[in-house]
Ligand binder design. Sequence first.
Ligand SMILES: Cc1cc2nc3c(=O)[nH]c(=O)nc-3n(C[C@H](O)[C@H](O)[C@H](O)COP(=O)(O)O)c2cc1C
Length: 316
Amino acid sequence: MKLYNLKFKNSLFLAPMSGYTNWPMRIICREFGAELAYTEMISATGLVRNTSNTLKLLERPEKDRPLIAQIFASQPHDAALASRILEDEGFDGIDLNMGCPVKKVVVKGAGAALMKDLDRALSMTEAVISAVDLPVSVKMRAGWDSLSINAGILAELLVKAGIDTIILHPRTRSDMYRGKPRWKLVADIKQTTSVPVVASGDIKTKKDIEYLKKTGADACMIGRAAVGRPWIFKELSEGFYPTLKQRREVMLRHLDFLCSYLGTHKALLYMRKFVSSYVKGLPGAARFRQQACTIESLAELTLKIKAYLDEEAGFM
Ligand SMILES: Cc1cc2nc3c(=O)[nH]c(=O)nc-3n(C[C@H](O)[C@H](O)[C@H](O)COP(=O)(O)O)c2cc1C
């Protein structure tokens, strides 16, 4: 089945994660088999107003494709205008965020708040579909809370409106990221809709993917498990596991890309979010992490990573 007019082999995608999945992480994950990626969520209002923080999220190298731009909005008009800008910017599709549980987003009526206001969710989707020629998807939660699980109802409305793909993170807004995702909802939605469904939420193992395939999911999206473990796509599809030397190379490439994107100072701070996951499970990882996360010079951090992964981790 085609999603966004594209065909996939392993059907493993990188999930959008604000504060993580900028182009450096996307490129690294693609190198290890992520077949599709999404931008971090982009504020439609910020884009329409040309704010610099928002425009920064659009930066990416040519090879960062296929790439779906994800927006969050509370007003259909803003969502439509932003989508047109993103189409002109050369993105391969638009995804509408109806899942973000963060307070500052939902109080404005965006993200998961749309799960409580299906009329607005529908008008927003219709506005975006008529504004662009690109395929449009919606990433939704199961519902607002356990008493209002309505992803199935919303999915049916949006399919009638003409969306290309549904992405389902089957937790409620109240769940935030706690508890088990209700993967069975993927099967329910597959039975009642004609468009592809991408599953998201706690996907980490081959077993998870096999289970989700049985529910009918057309693709799986990996988020947190890819932080500091970008090879997970190749691990799950081909049984690949990196050597220490390969881990070192990936970590250094990630750091190098972050420096190009953010400048050295910001890159060093940003890299701290990834350091512990990159070395998780290796001997001496805790000490390495502690030391690496206080380093303020690029040369020093590069040396530290090399020394740890070339010598210490392998010989301790
Ligand atoms: C730090 C963080 C940031 C996230 N940012 C976004 C976002 O910008 N857009 C979005 O649709 N989902 C976002 N998500 C949700 C993820 O895309 C994904 O649906 C969720 O984390 C469950 O999948 P996982 O267990 O594979 O991480 C975010 C999640 C986390 C943990």
